[in-house]
Write a protein that binds this ligand. Structure first.
Ligand SMILES: [Ca+2]
Length: 201
C-alpha cells in the first residue's frame, strides 16, 4: 500500500504541474521563474543542454552568430522530431519542454556572454528539470533571434553524455545532473517559406 502511494503522489503532483502550464510557454534558461512555478520534480531528473564540441553551422557553413535561439523540445510520444509550425513553435505532437527552461541562446562558452561572437556553441545556465517523466527531448536551433521569423532551422541528430552516446533524442534518468552535448543536423528552410511566396502572388 505504501508503495502504491509513493507511485501515485508523484503522478498527482505532475498532473497539477501540467495544468498550470500553457502549451509552448516560453521559459528562458536565464529568466525568472513564475512565482507558482515548481522548483523540482519528484523524479530527480536534471540535465544541462549544451553544444560545446561540434559548433552548429548555419546555412552558409559558418558557425551560428551569437543571439540565435535554441529551443528545447519534448516529443509528445510518437518518437519523431515533428517539423515546426509556421510560427516557429514545435509541431505535431511535440511542445516546448515542460520544465524550468526551454529556450537557450547561442552565446559561446566564455563566462561573459558576447552578443557579437560567431562560435555556434552554447551551454544552458540551468540544469533542465523536467516536469514530465519518461519523455524524450531534442533541440532545434533557429538561424535568427526569433523562431517566428528565422529563415532556417536545424534539429539535433546525436547526443553524448558521460556514460551514454545516442541518437537525436535524449531521455533523462533520475540521478546526478547529466551534461548533454548535442550535435545538429542539416539546415532546413522554415515551413512557411513557400506559403509566404504563394500569398504574395
Ligand atoms: Ca513527436
Amino acid at each position: 500500500m505504501q508503495r502504491l502511494f509513493l507511485i501515485l503522489i508523484p503522478l498527482v503532483l505532475c498532473s497539477s504541474v501540467w495544468a498550470q502550464m500553457e502549451k509552448n510557454q516560453i521559459m528562458w534558461d536565464n529568466g525568472v521563474l513564475p512565482p507558482n512555478w515548481p522548483k523540482e520534480n519528484p523524479y530527480g531528473m536534471y540535465a544541462t543542454m549544451n553544444c560545446t564540441v561540434k559548433p552548429v553551422l548555419d546555412h552558409t557553413g559558418k558557425p551560428h552568430h551569437h543571439g540565435h535561439v535554441a529551443q528545447l523540445i519534448m516529443d509528445g510520444g510518437n518518437g519523431v522530431q515533428d517539423p515546426p509550425k509556421v510560427d516557429g513553435m514545435p509541431g505535431g505532437d511535440d511542445t516546448l519542454a515542460f520544465g524550468n527552461f526551454n529556450m537557450v541562446r547561442i552565446l559561446g562558452l566564455d563566462a561573459y556572454d558576447d552578443p557579437n561572437g560567431e562560435t555556434g556553441t552554447f551551454y544552458s545556465k540551468r540544469a533542465f528539470v523536467p516536469f514530465v517523466p519518461n519523455r524524450s527531448y531534442y533541440m532545434r536551433v533557429w538561424e535568427g533571434p526569433d523562431p517566428n521569423s528565422a529563415p532556417y532551422y536545424q534539429d539535433t541528430i546525436e547526443y553524448t553524455t558521460s556514460d551514454d552516446h545516442g541518437g537525436a533524442m535524449f531521455t533523462p534518468s533520475p540521478g546526478l545532473p547529466t551534461e548533454v552535448d548535442w550535435v545538429f543536423g542539416v539546415t532546413k528552410p522554415r515551413p512557411d517559406s513557400t506559403l509566404k511566396k504563394d500569398s504574395s502572388k
